[in-house]
Each structure stands twice: as C-alpha cells, then as structure tokens.
Design a protein around this ligand. Structure first.
Ligand SMILES: [Mg+2]
Length: 387
C-alpha cells in the first residue's frame, strides 16, 4: 500500500435523477413516466431526466429539442430551483445526523466523513443504509450511496449501481477496482485529457500505472501527479463542511397563547435540548445565549447574556435562558418563545466548566442523548422534565 494513503471512511450520497424525482414526488401521477426537467424554451438543455426518459437516450446537458426528438411522449417541465433547494436542505439535515463532517458538493450530493464513528453508529455500510432509509421515509426519494476510503472512490462508487444503489469499495479491493476502472470514470478526466490518454493507448487505471508518476507530471503538470495518485486509488482531500454557522436557534409558536412561566420554561428546555444537540453535533460552542419572546399583540423582545466560557451543554444553555425569562417578570400572553446561541467558536474544550456546577456528568448525559438521537431521530428522547 502506498505510503501516501490515508485510510478514512467516506460516504458519497447522490440523489437519483433529483429534479425529475422531486417533480414526481410533488405530482405522483408523473411517477413511472419519462419526466424531463429543463429550461422554459426549447433552446435550453436538459437539467435532469427520469430513468424512464433516460431509457429513450435522454441525458442531462442534452439540448431540449434533441430530447424532444428522442422522447416525443416525454413530460417536459421547467426547473423549480426553489423547491429543489428546499428539499436539498432537508436532505442535508438528515445527513448531519450521521456526521458533523458533511460537505455539500451540489444541490443533490454530499460527502460525509464517518471515520471512527463505528462504535456510535455502526459500520459505514450500516450508516449508508440508515441514510437511505431516512431519506426514503422522511422525504420520499431514493439516493445512491458510495462507501470508500476517500472522496474520489466514494463518488465513483455512488454512480455504479444507480438508482437506489449502495456500493462499497473496501480498502482491500481498491487496487483491483482501480486497475479495471475505465479512465472515463475518473472524476477530473475531461474530454481533452481523455483524448490524450487514449493516444497513449490507455483505457484503465492499470494502463495508467504502466507509466511512472514523473511521466505524467512531465505531460500534465500537477494534474499529472493527481492522475497518477488517482490511478492508485489515492485521494487525501478532506471533507470540508461548508459555511460556518453564526448561531444555532430554535423557536415555536404555541397553538394557544401561554402566560404560565412553568410552561414557558418547558419550551425553553426543549429548545435548549435542540440547540445544544446542534452545537455538539457540529462541534461548536457558544458564549451568548438569547431568548426571543413574541407577545399576543405581536410585539417582540429579545434578551441575551454573554458568558466568559463558551458552552455546548444543554443544561447550562437552559439555565442561562431560564434566568433571562425569570428577569422579565411578565404575565402577559405570549405566542412564541425562542432560544438561540451565538458568538460561536469551534472545537474548544469546556475545561473550566468542570469546576462549576455543570458537572462532567451533564456532558456525559449530553453525549448519550446525542448518540440516541443520531440513531433514532429527534423525537425519541426528551429530558425527564419535558414529559
Ligand atoms: Mg444526482
């Protein structure tokens, strides 16, 4: 095994015919039909085609007029990006249950690094099955997942058994897999490179390895080095979670206005639980806790408190929020209460908290709650006081 190789457990999740599938989800009468999503005029190109449309030879990036010739009975629909993004957000939220390291690669695909989570969540193939199950049950769509020791192989793997596929490339099979793999399947090999490689008589990963790394660097520069590494199945690029969040928050509008403080406290605890889990799952700590209250007359107020030491502990977040509520001394009717944590830092240890009343035990409870939620979903567990 090459010394450059870093072993990780990476999942690539890719929705099947995403835009077309969303259209069928929203209009079930379309399911099983050749659905083609593209621009509003015939001058556009195909953005997505259902598998029924693909069987007529239609594929994405094909001009629409050509798709119409190939598939005269096709149902041509304009793209509804807003709706696709809305579903995309739900999908990403599901993925984040399984790893804080989720990199969204496009509206319908993402990488997850699940290295070292086996004790908590089971082996990566189990995580992959759970993700497929959650997306199917909660959204109603299918996806294909690739499991491999790196991003590059995971992406290739997710494409191999579409739709509704699950493909695992174990580390032990990597060389054999790469040896047989057509160079056309290697991400990053564009038409121009492909032509040049074909001029050298190269068809598979194995053919690539018949030439030295230096040979490829001389011809393609840095791209040549990458190519040579890819042929060995090596890709050490990290999974980078995108956009750091500014705050985590939760709020709820009540079915009926509430005045009783004990009831409000229960909502605050539930919010603290949600926000605390979110912080911990994503590896964040916050210094500022705020509450937001909307009165029956829609007047809204916020109160906040900033502490010296960042926290991600449910109980400490709750205590701060609860103190803010107590100071309000309000007996007016309230229609919404919210809680948020901001002033975020990433991955700071909460050492000094151990000296305070927030014991190590509380942090252990948090970890257990988080683990159960990750496996069974958010509604399963609620702290004793909530019931
Ligand atoms: Mg896709």
């Amino acid at each position: 095994m090459d010394e450059n190789f870093i072993n990780r457990e990476i999942l690539h999740v890719d929705m099947d015919a995403f835009y077309a599938s969303v259209e069928s989800l929203d209009r079930p009468e379309l399911s099983g039909k050749p659905v083609i999503v593209g621009g509003r005029t015939s001058r556009g190109v195909v953005s997505a085609a259902s598998y029924e449309a693909r069987s007529c030879g239609v594929h994405s990036a094909m001009p629409l007029f050509q798709a119409k010739l190939l598939c005269p009975d096709g149902i041509f629909l304009p793209a509804r990006m807003k709706r696709y993004k809305e579903i995309s957000r739900k999908i990403m939220n599901i993925l984040m249950r399984y790893s804080p390291l989720v990199e969204q690669a496009s509206v319908d695909e993402a990488y997850l690094d699940v290295s070292g989570t086996t004790n908590l969540l089971g082996p990566p193939e189990k995580v992959a099955m759970n993700i497929k199950r959650d997306i199917k049950n909660e959204i109603g769509l299918t996806c294909s997942v690739g499991v491999a020791p790196n991003k590059f192989l995971a992406k290739i793997a997710s494409d191999l058994e579409k739709p509704d596929g699950l493909t695992i490339i174990p580390r032990a099979d990597m060389s054999t897999f790469m040896g047989k793999l057509s160079i056309k399947k290697i991400p990053g090999v564009g038409p121009k490179t492909l032509r040049e490689l074909q001029n050298f008589g190269i068809k598979t990963g194995l053919d690539l390895l018949n030439f030295s790394e230096k040979f490829w660097i001389d011809r393609f520069g840095k791209g040549g080095k990458d190519l040579s590494l890819r042929a060995k199945g090596i890709d050490n690029s990290p999974v980078i979670p995108h956009l750091a969040p500014k705050s985590f928050s939760a709020e709820e509008t009540f079915a009926e206005d509430i005045t009783r403080v004990d009831q409000l406290q229960k909502y605050l605890l539930a919010h603290a639980e949600r926000v605390g889990t979110d912080l911990r799952v994503h590896g964040y700590f916050g210094r500022t806790v705020h509450i937001k209250i909307k009165f029956a007359d829609f007047k809204t107020i916020t109160r906040s408190r900033t502490i010296a030491e960042p926290t991600a502990t449910t109980i400490s977040i709750f205590k701060l929020a609860s103190g803010l509520l107590d100071e309000l001394e309000t007996n007016r009717k309230i229609r919404l209460i919210g809680l948020g944590v901001s002033n975020l830092t990433k991955g700071v240890k909460q050492l000094s908290l151990l000296k305070n009343d927030i014991s190590e035990k509380q942090q252990k409870i948090d970890r257990v709650v988080d683990a159960i939620r990750r496996q069974f979903g958010n509604e399963v567990i609620r702290r004793g006081q909530l019931i």
